[in-house]
Design a protein around this ligand. Structure first.
Ligand code: CP
Length: 308
């Protein structure tokens, strides 16, 4: 019997370990299906999935669309720049309008923290958070956990270093919640201008230098500098200086475990947070695999939310 009873996927913070495990276990089957010759099923035949993205996206929006189509659902992408939000309609009116069309899932990306959580109780449709401001990005953390589990079997006891612009990163926050729930040792590595005390969740260690923070790490997750979440002039360091101290390259990575996984949620800013040579290193970089697994993980999320 299926135990996953949630109507929405809004965050990792409040998602129990058993439900995260259920998503990851089901994703195993869908990652295989996504690699098969015949990738399409009719599991979600007749269902309608709507993508409503108020921020740019390549990976998340497209992989939700592919995931929904692989399961036989119809997909509608709302071009927000041409929507009635531009004519003064409130966000709640917009989502209630879409809900009235009898859609089944509304996938929301928004620049403000808490928007999916605010609208979900007002809607009949399932709401999936595709990234809200600096708060959470649950399907990215699920994808990252799936990638780690594929190579390391278990999350428990692993040392995972998350490095870069922590303060503006919803990916870092969702990953901290998920990894600590599963007993991983989580380290943040960031300069003082990219982390505040409230960013360091309980049980997480903070480092301000790569040499110590990366020592014996099993997994390193690199983060992009989120210039779009900063005021003009707020980031006062040159990218060259930043790269010298906090950009990951083969030399800095040498203190990590020999079988370390290098990950990045994308988009990558090459030769800023990670060198091109390392991002493209087929032995160490799992960035493309994260993208691939993102489809299977989203298929699992859609299945669990839309078939009861
Ligand atoms: N990782 C991620 O959210 O990428 P996109 O912004 O391209 O969706």
């Amino acid at each position: 019997m299926r135990t996953f009873q949630h109507r929405h996927l809004l965050d990792i913070e409040r998602l129990p370990v058993a439900d995260i495990t259920a998503i990851l276990n089901l994703a195993e089957q869908y990652v295989d299906q996504n690699r098969a010759d015949n990738r399409k099923t009719n599991k979600l035949n007749g269902k309608t999935v709507v993508n409503l993205f108020f921020e740019p996206s390549t990976r998340t929006r497209t992989s939700f669309e592919i995931a929904a189509k692989r399961l036989g659902a119809d997909v509608v992408n709302i071009p927000v720049e041409h929507s009635s939000t531009k004519k003064g309609e409130t966000f709640l009116d917009t989502v209630q309008t879409l809900d009235a069309m009898q859609i089944d899932a509304l996938i929301i990306r928004h620049n403000e923290d808490g928007v999916p959580q605010f609208v979900a109780p007002h809607l009949r449709t399932a709401v999936i958070n595709a990234g809200d401001g600096k708060h959470e990005h649950p399907t990215q953390a699920l994808t990252d956990a799936f990638t780690i589990r594929t190579h390391k079997k278990n999350l428990q006891g692993l040392t995972v270093a998350i490095c870069g612009d922590i303060a503006h990163s919803r990916v870092a926050r969702s990953n901290m919640h998920l990894l600590t729930k599963f007993g991983a040792e989580v380290r943040l590595i960031a300069p003082s201008y990219f982390v505040t005390p409230k960013d360091v969740l309980p049980g997480v260690e903070l480092f301000d230098d790569m040499a110590t923070g990366l020592k014996d790490a099993d997994v390193v997750m690199m983060l992009r500098i989120q210039h779009e979440r900063m005021a003009q002039g707020e980031f006062a360091v040159s990218l060259k200086d930043y790269h010298q101290r906090f950009g990951l390259d083969h030399k800095k990575l040498a203190v990590a475990k020999p079988d370390v996984l290098v990950m990045h949620p994308g988009p990558v800013n090459r030769d800023v947070e990670i060198t091109s040579a390392l991002a493209d290193d087929p032995k160490l970089s799992f960035i493309h695999e994260q993208v691939e697994f993102g489809v299977g993980v989203k298929m699992a999320v859609l299945d669990l939310l839309l078939t009861k």
